[in-house]
Design a binder for this molecule. Structure first.
Ligand SMILES: [Zn+2]
Length: 138
């Protein structure tokens, strides 16, 4: 059973926004994977784990009216594909704004937030969400 190590690996990448860099083509990807989806076999042995900075811009987004039950209190909420400065694309929720505040290209920054809570025992899951960067430092 390989479920526990896999869980921890996934947790590590969620907390630290760990991605990979393919040293064959130089592209970044998230979440981490063993093989570059562009170079395939050429990337074997050339994959490096890297911590992504967590800043980028909105590539596309959608306002979700009826989604996951645990997000019911936040409805409607915004889910976006964010293109990080490194070039990797990450899907995540955009918070602290309304759909009318953002557009394609709006700069955003990853922030660690509570994702969900499990039952009365209250196991809390954390992960990344994105907030718009109101004024980006020059
Ligand atoms: Zn590659």
């Amino acid at each position: 059973m390989a479920t526990a190590p896999r869980f921890w690996r996934e947790n590590e990448s969620r907390y630290n926004l760990m991605g990979i860099k393919c040293n064959s083509c130089g592209r970044h990807f998230f979440p981490p994977r063993a093989i570059c989806p562009v170079c395939h076999r050429k990337s074997v042995g050339k994959i490096e784990r890297v911590k992504l900075k967590g800043e980028g811009k909105i590539f596309s987004f959608t306002e979700v009216q009826d989604g996951l039950e645990e997000l019911n209190l936040q409805k409607p909420y915004i889910v976006a594909m964010v293109e990080l400065d490194e070039g990797a694309r990450v899907t995540g929720q955009i918070i602290d704004c309304d759909a009318c505040d953002i557009s394609i290209g709006t700069p955003v920054r990853a922030t660690l937030r509570k994702l969900s809570e499990e039952g009365p025992s209250g196991v809390i899951h954390y992960g990344y969400k994105f907030v718009p960067i109101r004024e980006k430092a020059p």
